[in-house]
Design a protein around this ligand. Structure first.
Ligand SMILES: [Zn+2]
Length: 654
């Protein structure tokens, strides 16, 4: 096959017009070999966006999480940061070989079968707080449009019917000056054949050339089928995206996205089909690809037992932690998923939660009527906020560089933490920083603010509880039992009707127990009751009390998340314990060897030994140098010490 065009030769950067809305955003465009290209939508602020949805035949897994979380963040950023007017379309592939096989195995009608897995997919997306596209297109709803589209390609001369199926005529397409495959100009004949994939060998005789791919497949008996001018059959996989994307968004389309594993043949074939149908040069202006995901350094697959469903992952981690894990990696770079990485995401999540909690308390305790004159601290923090905004803007226009965004946000947060600890910074400025950080997290689909405000307002109640508990502790220190009795009896705690009974019960129980203990003048017991309220009763309700010198503050958390946090800590402890035991066992195994045995096993390093087992020649038969002799002598003595200890232990045990 002859490639007549220069690689990527056909790509044209869309021209800027008078009404073009240009933000400076540049995208890694697969149509230009990942080169960063200025993003210029066709119509002002409007951006038409199509992305490939799932083939629904099995559980949604981590690979889906990476792709659709990535697209979700891109959509939020285009809309909320750059203020584009987005119309996004995602397809559902509900006709496919894997689906037909799966439905046969499950003895279900194929549409019944796909509905189950489609629901599983959307449930997983919802659990991860991934927004729905504006338009969802199912292949089974678009078969008539697919037939018309194929007829157009045939009449344009780029497809032919053969034995009830229709194939794309790759040779003719190239001969007329088109580039194929557009995004893989280096592709060789072998890959092209591979691209056609399924059962291509026995279809070979139907095709003019091995590179041709199916637009329409004649149905075998027992397969779902639709009427067509070529007899009963069903659409090929690639044709669906060409048809459904243009059915809603037309031609040309601004932006198309999908996982990198779809680039060839799926996306290249989608492009060729649409451009053959519309007789145009550039159906898609920007094609972006989400990077590949490995699990613990290996490709995810059911046979390797590292296949992780989203449901399983969310039993162990919160959606925020999962989102953060993907956000700290560049969307179009390969990523490896591991437990260590999730630990990093957990640590980040925790520090962000604390940031929002601590600033909330700072703002709660400040008044607008406080002194507002700026000090050096305020000037510094304000300058940092501004430079952070600049860094983040540069990162976002640079192909959505979120790792840099997260990094810059971390630095800002650290500085705020220092400033509010010193308590010498004005609250309105802290408020501005909090709003900005909250906005940036919003692009990542993460909201810590609602986590704080969606809860029932327990502020008036908790302030009273902290005050009483502080008073009790202070009076107990001074052995002033009368004041304690006053504190827990005279003041009736006020609370709203919708406050949970558990919280009210916990506080009543606290007061009762303190009363009895102070009547008995039992100071130690009073302290224990105060600790129990903090560590057990309130903690179990998602409320944490932090004791400071004279007073205490309280923070509220999501109870389910606190439980998950406990579980994560338990798992970590277990893993550490297992590791410790393993190392101990290895140490023991090593100590069992006499120095002579220890060296004699190392035949890959040494050839000859003296009578005490000390090596004298290396594996090539050369005498050891002075320096090497010193090293083996030290090793010998170390092993001898271990071995002697081991023998003594054995003796003692007998
Ligand atoms: Zn697609």
């Amino acid at each position: 096959m002859q490639q007549t065009k220069v690689p990527f030769g056909h790509y044209k950067v869309p021209e800027a017009k008078e009404d073009s809305y240009i933000t400076g955003l540049k995208l890694a465009n697969s149509l230009k070999g990942s080169e960063l290209i200025p993003f210029i939508p066709i119509n002002g602020r409007q951006v038409n966006f199509y992305y490939c949805g799932p083939t629904v035949y099995s559980n949604s897994h981590l690979g889906h999480a990476r792709t659709y979380l990535g697209i979700d963040v891109i959509r939020r950023t285009l809309r909320d940061y750059f203020h584009y007017d987005l119309l996004s379309v995602m397809n559902i592939t509900d006709i496919d070989d894997k689906i037909i096989t799966g439905a046969n195995v499950a003895k279900q009608d194929f549409l019944e079968f796909t509905k189950i897995w489609e629901k599983d997919f959307f449930d997983a997306m919802e659990a991860l707080n991934i927004e729905l596209p504006d338009v969802i297109t199912r292949v089974s709803d678009y078969v008539p449009e697919i037939v018309t589209f194929i007829q157009k390609i045939i009449s344009n001369g780029y497809a032919y019917e053969s034995n009830g199926s229709v194939y794309f005529d790759v040779q003719k397409y190239i001969a007329d000056g088109h580039t194929y495959p557009k995004m893989r100009p280096e592709v060789n004949a072998e890959l092209l054949q591979e691209g056609e994939g399924e059962s291509q060998l026995n279809k070979q005789s139907e095709k003019k050339s091995p590179y041709d791919f199916a637009l329409w497949k004649a149905s075998k008996p027992e397969e779902p089928k639709w009427q067509s001018p070529w007899g009963e059959g069903r659409p090929g996989w690639h044709i669906e995206c060409s048809v459904m994307a243009s059915a809603i968004l037309g031609n040309p389309i601004d932006l198309h996205a999908g996982g990198i594993d779809l680039l060839f043949p799926h996306h290249d074939n989608s492009l060729a089909q649409a451009e053959a149908c519309f007789n145009c040069e550039q159906w898609i202006n920007y094609f972006i690809h989400l990077g590949h995901l490995n699990i613990a350094d290996r490709k995810m697959s059911k046979s390797l037992k590292n296949f992780m469903t989203i449901e399983e992952v969310l039993k162990r981690y919160t959606p925020r932690q999962v989102r953060l894990n993907f956000a700290i990696h560049q969307y179009d770079a390969p990523q490896n998923y591991s437990e260590e990485q999730m630990e990093q995401a957990i640590a980040k999540d925790k520090s962000y939660q604390e940031f929002f909690q601590n600033t909330k308390i700072y703002l709660r305790e400040s008044q607008v009527t406080d002194a507002q004159k700026w000090t050096e601290n305020d000037f510094q923090l304000s300058a940092l906020l501004r430079s952070t905004k600049q860094i983040i803007h540069q990162a976002l226009i640079n192909n959505f560089d979120f790792p840099t965004v997260v990094d810059a946000t971390d630095k800002l947060i650290n500085q705020v933490n220092i400033q509010i600890a010193s308590k010498n910074v004005r609250a309105p400025l802290i408020n501005s920083v909090v709003n900005y950080v909250n906005f940036i997290f919003g692009l990542l689909g993460i909201n810590y603010q609602t986590l704080l405000t969606n809860q029932i307002d327990i502020q008036p109640l908790m302030e009273q509880v902290c005050q009483i508990r502080d008073k009790v502790k202070m009076a107990a220190k001074n052995n002033d039992f009368e004041s304690i009795i006053n504190a827990v009896t005279q003041k009736q705690i006020q609370y709203e009707k919708n406050i949970s009974n558990y919280l009210v019960d916990a506080i009543n129980q606290f007061q009762q127990e303190v009363l009895i203990a102070s009547q008995n003048k039992n100071k130690q017991q009073i302290f224990q009751i105060c600790d129990k309220l903090r560590d057990q009763q309130l903690f179990d309700l998602g409320i944490k009390i932090e004791d400071k010198d004279q007073s205490s503050i309280w923070k509220q958390y999501d109870i389910q998340e606190l439980k998950l946090e406990k579980l994560q800590q338990q798992i970590l402890l277990q893993q550490k314990e297992q590791q410790r035991k393993k190392e101990e066992q290895e140490k023991l195994e090593k100590a069992k060897l006499s120095p002579k045995e220890f060296f004699s096993q190392q035949t890959d390093k040494y050839l000859e030994f003296d009578e005490s087992g000390l090596p004298i020649k290396d594996k090539d038969g050369n005498e050891l140098s002075k320096k090497q002799k010193k090293v083996v002598q030290e090793l010998w003595e170390k092993q001898n010490k271990l071995y002697t200890q081991y023998l003594e232990q054995q003796k003692q045990q007998q």
